[in-house]
Design a protein around this ligand. Structure first.
Ligand code: AP5
Ligand code: MG
Length: 216
């Protein structure tokens, strides 16, 4: 199954993609994670995207599309994948359609208030990338990852100015993809303002209906 997770920053795409990837054995492909890894390594790509990401702007389409095309050609993506944070513009969606067949785009619905609260309390593991929230999903020991013991940090783009800009950019450039995929009959909606468990069960129901013809 070739899936897209669509939704505002902080809607919970990364949290749910990690769970689904573990349960279904298909890779989570997050363009944001790929760019952050490049910044951490200090590679040429990392140097190009660092400032853009901190401000909450979008990395140019050509760079992003090339990277995703290469990633999707790898062996682990041949039996399905979850695209988390890609596509984010109509141009990216058109490019994707020229080299991949998408089965479903799941739209994470939530409000600005919820995402601002979620992003202001988010902490991420520097070593394994696991996602926490100081109130909603706190680690067992403050500042330490439950999974690998790594240090938890606040993303450079989780400042209030960058969050507001990311929301603006989302509305201008990414939200039109909802109608784009609805028009192709591929869009499915979930209410992602609920708990991760509830959001996860909504996604599993969609997949059961869409891929296995079960229930409604
Ligand atoms: P990216 O890394 O994709 O960031 P984003 O879209 O802003 O989304 P987030 O990762 O912030 O949110 P999320 O929906 O994954 O939420 P999460 O699960 O972490 O992109 C970063 C940057 O890279 C972009 O700004 C851009 O510069 C660049 N970029 C990336 N892709 C690009 C592209 N295609 N084109 C161009 N540029 C690109 O959850 C958030 C918090 O809420 C966490 O603390 C979590 O614990 C908590 N939480 C999650 N779900 C729940 C729940 N159900 N209940 C309670 N709390 C919850
Ligand atoms: Mg994410």
């Amino acid at each position: 199954m070739n899936l897209i997770f669509l939704g505002a920053p902080g809607a919970g795409k990364g949290t749910l993609a990690a769970r689904l990837s573990k349960e279904y054995g298909i890779p989570q492909i997050s363009t944001g994670d790929i760019f952050r890894a490049a910044v951490k390594q200090g590679s040429e790509l990392g140097r190009k995207v660092q400032g853009i990401m901190e401000k909450g702007e979008l990395v140019p389409d050509s760079l992003t599309v090339e990277l995703v095309e290469e990633r999707l050609a790898q062996a682990d993506a041949q039996n399905g994948y979850i695209l988390d944070g890609f596509p984010r513009t109509i141009a990216q969606a058109d490019a994707l359609a020229s080299f991949q067949k998408i089965d479903m785009a799941i739209n994470f619905n939530t409000s600005d208030e919820v995402v601002i609260r979620r992003l202001s309390g988010r902490r991420v593991c520097r070593s394994c990338g696991a996602i926490y929230h100081v109130e909603n999903m706190p680690p067992k020991f403050e500042g330490k990852c439950d999974k690998c013991g790594g240090e938890l940090y606040t993303r450079d783009d989780d400042t209030i100015e960058s969050i507001k800009n990311r929301l603006r950019v989302y509305k201008d450039q990414t939200e039109p993809l909802i109608e784009y995929y609805r028009g192709k009959g591929l869009l499915r909606d979930i209410d992602s303002s609920t708990s991760p468990e509830e959001s996860f069960s909504q996604i599993k129901s969609l997949l059961l209906v869409g891929f296995f013809g079960l229930g409604e």
